[in-house]
Design a protein around this ligand. Structure first.
Ligand code: GSH
Length: 219
């Protein structure tokens, strides 16, 4: 039988992307926690799997697939139904554009190694870190708020969950952690609120994973 092992961490937004794709496609996987706060992502063994020391990494029947976007595309190709991409090529391109806004122009600024560097090298307080992240992610949120009204239904592209939703939802949770004012983004937040009620997003949520600490757990 084919086996999927996912190295991930309860709170990581990129890990969420992979987890929710597994749940949406109803593919069972083994959850291997990598504790970012204990720097397990930098252990020599894990670095052999993921040379940048990031999570998630998927091992499928011994084949190594690092990086969440590569994992999403891979799962979609080997397990196309139910699909997480629209059928229309133009809409597929725009889904990828939305993913890029989040993946390339928002996620990296709040990444642990970046905020840790700001603290250790530039002596940033938590409030200064928040302001740094807010400055950059709000540019991404502005772009999303201009892009999504043309396509949105219940979710980013109509009423079916796509990769755009998978990437957007955990990024909004990260924005909340950095106290970003989200009231200026009504389309984005309407989609977020709808996704927040989706059973597979609830299942993949950071508060319900095997490595979620007691004080952050939700039923
Ligand atoms: N583009 C990569 C980014 C991976 C990444 O950096 N993930 C974060 C967690 S959300 C991480 O592992 N950070 C570790 C660190 O900053 O040391 C992906 O999408 O998988």
């Amino acid at each position: 039988m084919t086996s999927f092992v996912l190295y991930n961490y309860f709170r990581s937004s990129t890990s969420f992307r992979a987890r929710v794709a597994f749940h949406l496609k109803n593919i069972p996987f083994e959850y291997k926690p990598i504790n970012l706060l204990k720097d397990e992502q930098h252990s020599p063994d894990y670095r052999k799997l993921n040379p940048l020391g990031g999570i998630p990494t998927l091992i499928h029947d011994g084949k190594i697939i690092p990086d969440s976007m590569a994992i999403l595309e891979y799962l979609e190709e080997i397990h196309p139904s139910p699909s997480i991409m629209p059928k229309d090529p133009y809409h597929r391109a725009r889904v990828r554009q939305v993913c890029e806004i989040v993946n390339a122009s928002m996620h990296p600024y709040g990444n642990l190694k970046v905020t840790k560097y700001l603290g250790e090298t530039h002596d940033y307080s938590q409030q200064q870190k928040d302001q740094w992240v807010q400055k950059w992610v709000m540019q991404g949120l502005d772009a999303l708020e201009k892009t999504l009204p043309e396509f949105a239904g219940k979710y980013c592209f109509g009423d079916e969950v796509t990769m755009a939703d998978i990437v957007l939802y955990p990024q909004i949770i990260t924005c909340q952690r950095f106290h970003v004012d989200l009231s200026k983004y009504p389309t984005v937040m309407k989609i977020f609120d709808n996704l927040d009620k989706h059973p597979m997003f609830i299942k993949a949520h950071f508060s319900r994973q095997i490595d979620t600490p007691e004080d952050l757990r939700q039923p």
